[in-house]
Design a protein around this ligand. Structure first.
Ligand code: ADP
Length: 502
C-alpha cells in the first residue's frame, strides 16, 4: 500500500514525457533511417516503444559533435566554469529524479523507490566529480638538475566513448560522464538498448545546466552501434560496463581499429564468506543481509554476492533463516512504491536465468527455493529468489555469472578451504567476509583475488565510503580504476614537459 505522501507513480508514469531519439550536439537527432528497435515492457512483455538502431552515420555525427565541442569549447572552459556547470547538472538530476526514476523503472523493471533513489545517487556522483575539479592538483614537478624543470601534467584524453549496461542505467551514466567531463573530456554515450531513456534525459539536462552542445551526446542502438563507436578513430578512450563477453569483443574491436585506452568493468561471481565468530547472536540479521546482497536489483548486479560460503558449524541454521527471508519476498509491479522485487530486465534475461536454474539441477545441485513462475508474475519477465545448496564446485551456477536472483550456497570447515572456494573463480570483482577476527580478516583479504573486499563484523548498518570508493577489478572482471578520486585520473593522460633553462 502506498503511503498518503507517496506520489502516484502509475499516473506520473503515464504523464511523463520520455524522449527516445538520440541526443546529439544539444538536440534530439534522427537521421531519418528506418532501422528501428522495439523496446519490450518487462512487466507485460508487450512492445511499448520503438527507437533508432543507430548506424555509422549517427555515430559519425555524434563523434564529430563531441570532437568539435572538445576542441573549441570544453577544453577551453576553465575549472570554475566547468565546476559550476557540472554542479548545476547534479542539481537538475536531483530535481528531475522522478522522471529519471520512472524512465529506468519502465525500461528495465527496477522498483520505483530504488530507481528514484538511484537518480539521486547519480546526481551525487556528478557533484562529487564537479567538486574535485578545483581540489585536486593535475600534475607535479619531478627532481631535475639546476636550470632544468620537468612538469608532469594531467591532460584530458579528448572524446570518450561510454558504453553502459541496463542494470543501473542512470548510475552507470553518471559514473562515466562525471569523471570524464570533470577531467575535461567530452562524451558520446551508447546506453543499453534496454534502458536508454534516462541517459537521453541526462544529456538534455546537461544543456539546461549550461554545458556546451556536444559535451554530452547519446546515441541509441544495440551492440552493433556500440561496436561502431568503439572502432571510431576519433574516439580517444572507451569506458565500458557490461558483460565479460562484450568486454572481450571491445578489446578485439580496438585491436582491429585504432589504439585507445579502455576502462573495463565486467562481470563478477562474488563470494560472501560467513565465519561463526561474526554469527553469534546475529544469525537473523545476517540472513537479512545475505538475502539483500544476493537478490538486490533482482540479482542483476555485477557485485551481487552470488556465492555464499557458510562455516559448517552454522550452516544448517543459517540456511533455514535465509530460506525463510527469501521466501517471503514476493514479486510485484515495479511502479508500486512498496515493490521490493520487480521483473528481470528482458525476456532474454529471464530465459538466461531459467536456463541457469535448469543447469543447476542437471549439474546435481539441490534446489531449495525455486523462483521460476512466481505467483503474480505470470505476464512478465519474472523470476523470484532462487537458492541452491550442495553445489558441485564445477557446476555452471558455481562458475558462471548468472546476473539474476540465483544464490549458490557452499560449506567449509576452515579458513584454507574457504579461501580455496572463494578463489575458485575466473572473476575478481568483490568479496565479503563476515568475521570479527582481525588477523583472519587481514590474511584472507590479502589472499582473495578481487578488487574490493568488505570485512563485516556486525550486521548493523554503518556509513560506507559512498562516492569516494574506488577500486580496480582483476581476472575476467576487467581493469582500470573506476569511482572515487582515483577514478578521475582514469580519464586523463600524463604529459611531461621538460624545460631546459640553464
Ligand atoms: P548484457 O549481456 O547483460 O546485456 P552487454 O555486455 O551485452 O550486457 O551489454 C552492455 C552494453 O554493451 C550495452 O550497451 C550493449 O548494447 C553493449 N554491447 C553489446 N555488444 C557489444 C559489442 N559487440 N560492441 C560494443 N558494445 C556492445
Amino acid at each position: 500500500m502506498s503511503t498518503p505522501q507517496s506520489p502516484d507513480w502509475q499516473t506520473l508514469s503515464v504523464d511523463v514525457n520520455l524522449a527516445t531519439d538520440s541526443f546529439i550536439n544539444g538536440e534530439p537527432y534522427s537521421s531519418g533511417s528506418n532501422a528501428l528497435l522495439e523496446h519490450v515492457d518487462p512487466v507485460s512483455k508487450k512492445n511499448d516503444y520503438s527507437f533508432h538502431n543507430s548506424g555509422a552515420k549517427e555515430v559519425e555525427v555524434a563523434v564529430s559533435a563531441a570532437r568539435d565541442c572538445y576542441e573549441n569549447h570544453w577544453s577551453n572552459t576553465g575549472p570554475a566554469a566547468r565546476k559550476k556547470m557540472l554542479g548545476e547538472l547534479a542539481n537538475l538530476i536531483d530535481a528531475n529524479a522522478d522522471s529519471i526514476g520512472i524512465a529506468d523503472c519502465l525500461d528495465m523493471g527496477k522498483p520505483i523507490s530504488a530507481a528514484n533513489q538511484e537518480a539521486h545517487i547519480a546526481a551525487g556522483f556528478i557533484r562529487y566529480y564537479a567538486e574535485m575539479i578545483d581540489k585536486v592538483y593535475s600534475g607535479h614537478s619531478v627532481p631535475t638538475g639546476q636550470g632544468a624543470l620537468e612538469l608532469q601534467v594531467m591532460r584530458p584524453r579528448g572524446v570518450v566513448g561510454a558504453i553502459t549496461p541496463w542494470n543501473f542505467p542512470v548510475i552507470n551514466v553518471a559514473l562515466k560522464i562525471g569523471p570524464a567531463l570533470a577531467a575535461g573530456n567530452t562524451v558520446v554515450i551508447k546506453p543499453s538498448e534496454l534502458s536508454s531513456r534516462s541517459a537521453i534525459l541526462v544529456a538534455k539536462l546537461a544543456i539546461e545546466a549550461g554545458l556546451p552542445a556536444g559535451a554530452v551526446n547519446v546515441i541509441t542502438g544495440d551492440g552493433v552501434t556500440g561496436d561502431l563507436l568503439a572502432r571510431h578513430t576519433e574516439v580517444d578512450m572507451l569506458t565500458f560496463t557490461g558483460s565479460t563477453a562484450t568486454g572481450k569483443l571491445l578489446l578485439s574491436a580496438i585491436g582491429q581499429s585504432s589504439i585507445k585506452p579502455i576502462l573495463l568493468e565486467c562481470g563478477g561471481k562474488s563470494p560472501e564468506i560467513i565465519f561463526p565468530d561474526a554469527a553469534e547472536g546475529n544469525l537473523d540479521a545476517i540472513a537479512q543481509t545475505v538475502v539483500r546482497g544476493a537478490f538486490w536489483n533482482q540479482g542483476q548486479v555485477c557485485v551481487a554476492r552470488s556465492r555464499l560460503l557458510i562455516h559448517s558449524s552454522i550452516y544448517a541454521e543459517l540456511i533455514e533463516k535465509i530460506h525463510a527471508v527469501a521466501s517471503s519476498m514476493s514479486v510485484g509491479n515495479p511502479l508500486d512504491v512498496d515493490c521490493m522485487f520487480g521483473p528481470l530486465a528482458s525476456t532474454r534475461q529471464q530465459q538466461v536465468v531459467e536456463d541457469f536454474i535448469e543447469s543447476g539441477i542437471e549439474d546435481g545441485a539441490n534446489l531449495i527455493l525455486d523462483g521460476r513462475n512466481p505467483a503474480g508474475g505470470e505476464e512478465g519477465c519474472y523470476v523470484g529468489p532462487t537458492i541452491f545448496t550442495d553445489v558441485p564446485a564445477n557446476a555452471r551456477i558455481a562458475q558462471q555469472e548468472i546476473f539474476g536472483p540465483v544464490l549458490a550456497i557452499f560449506t567449509f570447515d576452515d579458513d584454507d578451504q574457504a579461501l580455496a572456494l572463494a578463489n575458485d573463480s575466473e572473476y575478481g570483482l568483490a568479496a565479503t567476509i563476515w568475521t570479527k577476527d582481525i588477523v583472519r580478516a587481514n590474511r584472507l583479504a590479502s589472499q582473495i583475488k578481487v578488487g574490493k573486499v568488505k570485512i563485516v563484523a556486525t550486521p548493523a548498518m554503518v556509513e560506507g565510503p559512498m562516492f569516494s570508493h574506488s577500486a580496480e577489478p582483476c581476472g575476467q572482471s576487467g581493469y582500470g580504476v573506476e569511482g572515487g578520486s582515483d577514478g578521475l585520473f582514469s580519464y586523463m593522460r600524463k604529459q611531461s614537459i621538460e624545460f631546459a633553462m640553464g
